[in-house]
Design a protein around this ligand. Sequence first.
Ligand code: ZN
Length: 440
Amino acid sequence: MPEFYELLIRGGRVILPWGVEETDIGIAGGRIAALGVGGAASAAETIVARGLVVLPGLIDPHVHLRDPGDRSVESIPTGTRAAVLGGLAAVFDMPNTTPPLTDSGQLAWKQAYAERSAWCDIGLYVGATKTNIASLAVLETGRGVCAIKVFAGSSTGELLVEDDASLERVMRAGSRRIAYHSEDEYRLRARRAFFHAGEPYRRHMEWRDEETAFLGTRRLMALARQTGRPAHILHVSTAEELSFLKSHKDIATVEVLVNHLTQAAPEAYDTLGGYAVMNPPIRDRRHLEAAWAAVADGTVDTVGSDHAPHSRAAKERPWPDCAAGLTGVQTIVPVMLDQVNAGRLSLSRLADLMCAGPARVYGVRCKGRIAAGYDADFTIVDLDHRRRVEESWLASPCGWSPFTSAMLKGWPIMTIVRGNVVMREDEVLGEPRGKLVSFA
Ligand SMILES: [Zn+2]
């Protein structure tokens, strides 16, 4: 009996969890129904992926879509549109919005709003504060909640839990893995006085130095060990932390950012000025090489963009009033594909870092691999396509990227979310059909 599918993807080089195979994928009901579909099968729609690579739908587990906030900078509709244009099937959105997502009322609003306005699937972080600790255990089980986010060092917005006693109370509330911004707030404050307004932008990495990050991570890991609470250390930026975290893999998972893998001081500050300022900072090449070594040896679980848009005016203010944070949700996939072409990592490792890794760290249901029964999410890429990053391509209203004018090799051609082709060759298709990601 000939099989019939809603969608068939034929002839692509498919990145499976067990290896790379040329195989045909049959999709029904938004799920992967079969691999190795025979030639007699038919479908409502067939995608011929000959010469292309079929990756599992890639996930950016670290974005700030600023919604609610300033829509002239970013919002969920614009940021998720950028995501699908850039080849992402899902994003996990940070809570330091205006107002922040820290209670059940805000969560209910965002759950409903995201499901009518997002172009890709979306997970939601809930922010911890010193006053919502009693409700975190319930909030972390909310629909679409990927994790509790703790800012242990201050960045954009007002969310901050900096002292050990409060951090321990957060860790003792609930049980899922907590995601941390790890910089030591006391050291940040103490060192601030050594620096002066109007100094070069590279002073940012001297103020927020290696020890600021490492001390923050040592403190968090001591508390995590004491409480037994699993930790995900976001945007690890130093060789010292990466080395230290290797001996904590039983309770800690590790994120590095695409910026820390591809941008180094002092060049980044010299060429980009305020458009190189982020937290934790871009550092010298020693740390970049350590980040790649940690990708190679498996210390790193996930790679994110930390897409954190600000207006051009805010980025162009003199240091230290220049807003910290860089855009990246639309460029993370092409930048990482360029690194694949440069020989820094394999396609299988990319799929691990940007799909299986986030799924494992955050406990995603039915995403993370191309396998029967999983969501039919795919990022189809042309690994040979060379293209320059143009501002005119960017969907975020803030309109800039630290990668503008970079020439990259490897580009996403198609984004498929639960069987829906949502982006094909720069065109966003249909209506926003993003759903909240399901977590165990
Ligand atoms: Zn962030």
